[in-house]
Design a protein around this ligand. Structure first.
Ligand code: GDP
Ligand code: IMO
Ligand code: MG
Length: 419
């Protein structure tokens, strides 16, 4: 079985902890996009681990992990991550494989990243690294195996950056390469072999559909495709190999960085949710903006990814709210006849997500429900949820076209209600 696990919102939906649930029975976990802009959090034995580049499946000793060709690798971050994992007793040897075709994030990528702060990126050099990839001047992991080739490419690329010193960067990356070389291989070949042998495989997406460079709220997006289809390209497998796509959906919405968030809560509610949900970037520490669950935009994500099953995370974060809301449709302000309804909207209006429309012309229309005002963290079955929480979950089911397979009510794997 090959499953893709993807975010259906603006990232940080809790993909790491959902992958923890599924990777328990997996042989292989493979990351296919993004880089150190991602931060996937998992609690292991009381320790909080945040993975940026290494697939979250690394926490299980039986799981093999792949960093695919679609990932952009900052070797400094990767090495730090490997060392941290080792210090927590996670053995990486013979379990981590890095694609020879993945691109390397270089110091000049970070210099160039969102210089004017207009996009609010993570400034990890992700966008500029993908720019160089497509401009065909990128430096790839395989280049670490050939120091002369690496140096020549670096020399050419540095012509635009007189302040950066070739020898210094060369020596730095040489030391990185000594560490990384044992992990480098043709991961596409390996992965295809494992899939053909019938192994249980999880393909781990970073970010979420609304940050997708094609289908997200462009230009306030990342520079890769978090969508499930990109797993094929970012790992080198054929599309018919994928059996299932699982969406991860937070019980509300959060967004870090710039760009529209149409369902943003009032300050009063946002502060409660931010504190309850610890909505601070796992990579940058920036406070995340918080909003109500947007069933219309999640519906779009389900469609683009062909998601049939979702996991709802962070239901417990809403425990202290007297009222909860879900955006069920958007009203088109300039033309009252063009009222868009839920999922049908997404099906009918392909251009619906354009950033200009989201911020100026579309107004969310909400379904308002009573809050449950009681703790759900220790609940382990749907029937034991407070009635108002069940109504909230039922409303989500009514508004989106997917089966809810689990509801998470806390950050550890024990805090899960399986349906
Ligand atoms: P990811 O990028 O999608 O993996 O998500 P992040 O790790 O960036 O952010 C999710 C945050 O929510 C992390 O701090 C998780 O520990 C936490 N979290 C995940 N699921 C739950 C949940 O069900 N309840 C609570 N309270 N926290 C959760
Ligand atoms: P995970 O995998 C949330 C956001 C940034 C910024 C935009 C572009 O943890 O869900 P970039 O550095 O990628 O060029 O920034 O994308 N962003 C994320 N937001 N979760 C992430 O990853 C993100 N990765 C990038 O905040 O708005
Ligand atoms: Mg995150």
């Amino acid at each position: 079985m090959v499953r893709v696990i993807v975010g259906t919102q603006w990232g940080d939906e809790g993909k790491g902890r959902v992958i923890e649930l599924f990777a328990k029975d997996a042989d292989v976990v493979a990351r296919y996009n993004g880089g150190a802009n991602a931060g996937h959090t998992i609690y292991v034995g009381g320790d909080r681990l945040v993975f940026h580049i290494i697939p979250s499946g690394i926490i299980y000793p039986h799981t093999i992990c792949i960093i695919g060709n679609g990932v952009v690798i900052d070797p400094e971050v990767l090495i730090k991550e490997i060392k941290t994992a080792k210090s927590k007793g996670i053995n990486i040897e013979h379990r981590l494989f890095i694609s020879d075709k993945a691109h390397l994030v270089m110091p000049y990528h970070k210099l160039r990243d969102d210089k004017d702060g207009l996009l609010g990126t993570t400034r990890m050099g992700i966008g500029p690294c993908y720019e160089d990839k497509y401009a065909r001047r990128g430096i790839r992991v395989a280049d670490l195996l050939y120091p002369e080739v690496f140096k020549e490419k670096l020399k050419n690329n540095l012509k635009e950056y007189p302040s950066l010193k070739l020898d210094k960067i060369y020596v730095q990356y040489k030391s990185f390469s000594d560490f990384i070389i044992p992990f480098i291989t043709d991961t596409s070949t390996l992965l295809n072999q494992w899939i053909d042998k019938g192994k249980e495989v999880i393909l781990e997406g970073a970010q979420g559909l609304l940050l997708d460079v094609d289908h997200g709220t462009y230009p306030f997006v990342t520079s890769s495709n978090p969508q499930a289809g990109a797993a094929c390209c970012g790992l080198g497998i054929g599309p018919t190999k994928i059996d299932e796509v699982i969406g991860v959906t937070k019980a509300y919405t959060s967004r870090v960085g710039n760009g529209p968030l149409p369902t943003r809560m009032t300050k009063e509610f946002e502060n409660i949710v931010r504190e309850m949900g610890q909505e601070y970037g796992a990579t940058t520490g920036r406070p995340r903006r918080c909003g109500w669950l947007d069933a219309v935009l999640v519906g779009k994500a389900l469609k683009v990814n062909d998601i049939k099953k979702i996991v709802i995370t962070k239901l417990d974060v809403l425990d202290k709210l007297p009222k909860v809301k879900i955006c069920k449709q958007y009203e088109y302000k300039e033309d009252k006849h063009r009222v868009a309804t839920g999922l049908q909207t997404c099906r009918r209006q392909a251009d619906f997500l354009s950033v200009a429309e989201l911020s100026s012309n579309f107004a969310p229309v909400y379904e308002e429900l009573d809050g449950w005002l009681s703790p759900t963290g220790s609940v382990r079955s749907y029937n034991k949820l407070p009635t108002a929480a069940k109504k909230y979950i039922d409303k989500i089911t009514e508004l989106i076209d997917a089966k809810i397979t689990a509801i998470c009510v806390g950050p550890t794997k024990e805090n899960t209600i399986f349906l």
